[in-house]
Design a protein around this ligand. Sequence first.
Ligand code: TNX
Length: 488
Amino acid sequence: MPNLIPVPQRIESVAGDALTLGPETVIYVPGDDEQAQRIGRYLADVIGLAAGPSRLRVQHAAAASAAGIHLRLGGSTGPEGYELVVNASTVTLTAARHAGLFYGVQTLRQLLPAFVEFEAERADKARPIHVAPIRITDNPRFEWRGAMLDVARHFFTVDEVKRYIDLIALYKFNRLHLHLADDQGWRIEIKSWPNLTTHGGSTEVGGGPGGFFTQAQYSDIVAYARERFITIVPEIDMPGHTNAALASYAELNCDGKARDLYTGIEVGFSALCVDKDVTYRFIDDVVREIASLTPTPYFHIGGDEVKTLTPQQYVQFIERVQKIVQSHGKQMVGWDEIAPAALLPSTIVQHWRPDGAPTAAVSKGAKVIMSVANRAYLDMKYDNSTPIGLNWAANIEVKDAYGWDPATIVKGIPESALLGVEAPIWTETLGNIRDVEYMAFPRLLAIAEIAWSPEVSNWEEFRGRLAAHGPRLSALGVNFYRSPSVPW
Ligand code: TNX
């Protein structure tokens, strides 16, 4: 059986010879379908020159019997499902929607040898590519399969974010939540409040130069992700984690005095002045500007770790912000602290604290994203010898990141309440993208399987499949942790 991650719903072996792909192989896509053509070109790009001296051609659909790779829309696979059949002369990938075609392409990609992923010297390395016959039918378990990147504690560039998008796409994630503002930095241009970035974006943890995305750059990231069937979920954390804003505008502070910029890693000390009208004008402007750049329904308001407000002040604030988010046509997402507020049925709770459960919200029908910190936090150390990362929730070896079920990990949050799973990566101690990769990989592959695959959890079997991804990750240049528990 092939070493696919996440493991598909159903794999059947098919008798017959292997298919050989070479430079003459054609990728057939439905005519008059720009999106399908784009997916076909994406597949041709992935293969690049690995199969020979010229790239695979993408052409309009021919007779189904023509040798080559056929991408087809049709069938009843579910919105993200697909069926992939390989025989000696054809690959036939069928899906009801484009997203399914894209995920089927990721599966096909994993059926190809790892050298296909290698960027350099491809023409020299070219050789025919063999694919064993197989039939795969697949569908995800969860609708929300997320990764989160904290670009506030340390800033990451557009190209670095795009690379992270490319890597998570290989494992069928469909959400990238960007933590765009925190005490140490404000990372997205807000035209009506320009100091947020010119001043509030000018540093980061440790005192480096920080940075921010212009609105045009942010839109570029959104479009890039969208082409890979990934929704960018913007988060502006409030009312706490707001020192960068409080340093940029004196009027957001109750005492009217601007705070100093902050480059340490404490949490919980900052809060917007919840009694001032200007605070809500500010939030309205921020949500409006970001919502207008966001083609998808979600706006994450953070809401975590506020230590300076009374519970009543906090709940009133969340309810007022929820109205603002709704007024801009978005669905609110918040960390689990928001659960005691009167939430709209459409509001989504992201559960992160290992010792609690947002049961009040769940009993009122709220949907939950499971990100429980002692399993899903990719900034936790692997073990005591890990040179970077934190360990306040746990050390998380690859085995721990894999061996849990989102539907049973927290009492009071059954499968019916789950929208899905998300793996956050906080960057207080991760100073560059190599550090981020080291913490994310290979644990992100474990989370990908939990989010997509039916409830199977056999570590012995998984670690063998995971080991087979080592050469692929290496070919992609990923700085991954060679866990001693995986037979690389
Ligand atoms: C808790 S998770 C936080 C973050 C930190 C993280 C470090 C959450 C909602 N808040 O502010 O960066 O722990 O692991």
